[in-house]
Design a protein around this ligand. Structure first.
Ligand code: GTP
Ligand code: MG
Length: 296
């Protein structure tokens, strides 16, 4: 018998066979092996950016139960960003991520071959790494507020074949951030500062355009929406950046007996947050390495 080792991974038995010839390998297959043929091929099309978007499950209730500040809770936004950072650091090939509210989008580089570009593998790794990080880092952000039940995140995969399509996707998410945040800021200001009920605030905002909401905030509450924090108006964009870091190490100098502690500066790639406009060209011109050429 040439079967040397059997291990169980993710609930399915994987048999490791060393140096089996073809006929004995055929014999080693069980009659159940055919069920593999039911698995669908979910390889993502080559040359496309692979976007995985996660979204908090029923966060309307989750935010209420955990006393999130209204309309924006900086602890919650910080924890989302920390979890997204963990995804970028632990998984491969994510070149940019964008998040707002209870959602985060992760963009895999278009030439990525990670997990043979299998959509289910990529999506589940992103979702599980993000969810476990959200729970793992909870206490760092919500010191006094206990986590009352396990949060969940749904995920989807979308492919974008061109740089224009990818940029439009990210612009869409940032425009959504703007629309929601302007509405939520106006809505909660009317309630918290204006003393309106939720129904009255809803009525007041019915049919209003962006300019009307800006005017309500400015005229009635002396709030210039453009001065609200960029974190809330623009969301969070995470990218890899090279930063100089001071590292101390022990070195033995020529003509000296003992080792000496020396501080050297090293360029290291880190995931860095930005809260800026990503709809216009400026961000992309300042970070030309994020996108790959369209003619790959
Ligand atoms: N108070 C507060 N609520 C937030 C914050 N961020 C997200 N939320 C809540 O999370 C919801 C996110 O919207 P959705 O994703 O559309 O709604 P959901 O309840 O998560 O529903 P599904 O995603 O369909 O499961 C918002 O409507 C808010 O109720 C925050 O910083 N403060
Ligand atoms: Mg949600």
């Amino acid at each position: 018998m040439l079967i040397l080792n059997t291990r169980v991974v993710s609930g399915c038995t994987k048999t490791l066979v060393r140096s089996l010839n073809h006929s004995s390998r055929a014999m080693a297959k069980s009659k159940f092996e055919y069920v593999r043929q039911f698995e669908t091929d979910d390889t993502c099309l080559r040359n496309c950016y692979i976007v995985v978007r996660l979204d908090g499950r029923n966060f309307h209730k989750f935010s209420e139960k955990h006393n999130f500040a209204k309309p924006n809770d900086n602890r919650a936004l910080g924890l989302m960003t920390r979890s997204a950072q963990s995804v970028m650091e632990e998984l491969e090939d994510v070149v940019i991520a964008y998040g707002q509210s209870d959602e985060f989008s992760f963009v895999f580089k278009r030439t990525s071959t990670w997990f043979k570009r299998r959509a289910s593998k990529l999506m589940t790794h992103v979702a599980s790494q993000f969810s476990s990080s959200y729970v793992f880092y909870w206490k760092e952000y919500f010191a006094e507020q206990p986590l009352l039940y396990p949060p969940g995140f749904d995920g989807r995969v979308v492919l974008y074949p061109s740089n224009r399509n990818l940029r439009d996707y990210l612009s869409w998410r940032q425009a959504d951030c703007h629309v929601n945040n302007l509405y939520n800021t106006s809505f909660w200001t009317l309630i918290q500062k204006g003393g309106l009920t939720t129904i009255q605030a809803e009525e007041r905002l019915k049919g209003t355009l962006a300019a009307d909401k800006n005017e309500i905030l400015f005229s009635d509450f002396d709030i210039n929406y453009n001065n609200e924090p960029t974190l809330l108006r623009k969301g969070t964009t995470l990218i890899w950046e090279k930063r100089d870091e001071a590292v101390t190490k022990m070195v033995k100098l020529p003509n000296e007996e003992e080792q000496k502690e020396v501080t050297v500066t090293r360029g290291r790639k880190r995931v860095c947050p930005h809260h800026c406009d990503i709809i216009g060209d400026q961000f992309w011109e300042e970070h030309p390495d994020i996108l790959e050429r369209d003619d790959c």
